[in-house]
Design a protein around this ligand. Structure first.
Ligand SMILES: C[C@@](CO)(OP(=O)(O)O)[C@H](O)COP(=O)(O)OP(=O)(O)OC[C@H]1O[C@@H](n2ccc(N)nc2=O)[C@H](O)[C@@H]1O
Ligand SMILES: Nc1ncnc2c1ncn2[C@@H]1O[C@H](COP(=O)(O)OP(=O)(O)O)[C@@H](O)[C@H]1O
Length: 293
């Protein structure tokens, strides 16, 4: 086999708590992550020369060694002494720098894909270990689904996820947020309110979407909203338009709302997309990366 196609899915955070900071600057978190059915399509083809070539439909991502897929491919071949190159095509649908782990998910897809193309037989645990060298969200993206993540995001406990019937309205305003900058600001902030993750996990277990939606909380949100008030405005539009609850994902700026009724979600989408082009109605998914032929 010398080429493979994969779906590389996005995530949302149903909660984020920050518990402390490591010596290296990384923050200790406790957060609920959920894969959603918004995905990039990735095609990897082996090259006999040594080059890593990246092509993409997006002009918002780097096509050189700064792309996370380049780093993932280079890391795998250096770790396992492989003297080959690859061409990677990325059809981008996930908004970039959004708080939805688009880059991390693409990197995870490369690890899964090259594990197959180069017959490395690496376990998921080993792939997660390698993935962590590329970013805190990469281990989650390999398997995806619904998890409680702790450590810096790499300690993963699977939990029951959102019901497939729940409609997730996702809206990404056209502005840039730096994850590093948001985490740095949280240091100087006294965190007054935190998510109750155990309660949220119970809500998921009991399929009590209303209570879940009303109690979702992301401690990074206040920091990002201070810089970009439009995030709060999107949330307000969602809650005024029948969302059970709305919240920022990751370090932002994407906002998502949970809906029990698809018509209500589509109606709010039609309002938001007049101003925000990157607005989608999606469901949750069980797999972060999926081989697609
Ligand atoms: C906030 C979250 C929530 O899921 O998601 P996104 O907003 O990126 O989607 C993650 O914690 C983001 O993880 P990820 O984007 O993979 O982080 P990395 O690339 O490893 O790190 C980017 C920067 O964020 C900071 N960082 C990241 C993770 C963490 N637990 N503590 C941190 O302080 C690091 O200082 C680093 O400089
Ligand atoms: N394959 C990739 N897809 C998306 N972004 C990438 C990729 N490679 C590198 N990046 C860069 O990583 C940064 C974070 O992007 P992304 O992973 O989409 O953010 P987030 O995790 O916040 O959703 C962006 O500045 C982007 O240019």
């Amino acid at each position: 086999m010398n080429s493979i196609k994969l779906k590389s899915r996005a995530k949302i955070n149903l909660s984020i708590d920050v518990l402390g900071k490591r010596q290296d600057g990384y923050h200790l978190v406790e957060m609920i992550m959920q894969t959603i059915d918004l995905y990039d399509l990735i095609e990897i083809s082996e090259r006999e020369d040594n080059q890593i070539i990246i092509k993409s439909t997006s002009n918002e991502i780097p096509l050189d060694c700064n792309n996370l897929v380049y780093k993932a491919a280079d890391l795998i071949r250096n770790t396992f002494d492989i003297n080959k190159g690859v061409e990677i095509y990325i059809k981008k649908n996930i908004p970039v720098a959004a708080g939805m782990a688009g880059g991390s998910s693409n990197a995870a897809a490369i690890l899964v894909g090259l594990n197959k193309i180069w017959n490395l037989n690496l376990s998921d645990q080993k792939l997660e270990e390698i993935g962590l060298k590329l970013g805190a969200d990469v281990p989650f993206c390999i398997n995806g689904g619904a998890v409680l993540a702790s450590g810096i995001g790499e300690e993963l406990t699977p939990i029951k996820g959102l019901s497939k019937d729940v409609c997730i309205l996702v809206c990404k305003p056209d502005l840039f947020v730096s994850t590093k900058e948001i985490y740095e600001c949280i240091d100087s902030k006294h965190i007054e309110k935190r998510p109750n993750n155990q309660f949220l996990i119970d809500c998921l277990k009991n399929e009590n979407t209303r209570q879940l939606a009303e109690n979702m909380f992301n401690v990074l949100e206040e920091v990002t909203v201070d810089k970009h008030p439009v995030i709060q405005q999107i949330e307000d539009i969602m809650t005024r338009n029948k969302a059970l609850g709305a919240m920022m994902s990751g370090s932002g700026p994407t906002v998502f709302g949970l809906y029990e009724n698809r018509e209500d979600a589509l109606k709010c989408k039609s309002i938001l997309e007049k101003q925000f082009k990157q607005t989608f109605v999606v469901a949750c998914e069980e797999k972060g990366v999926e081989v697609n032929g």
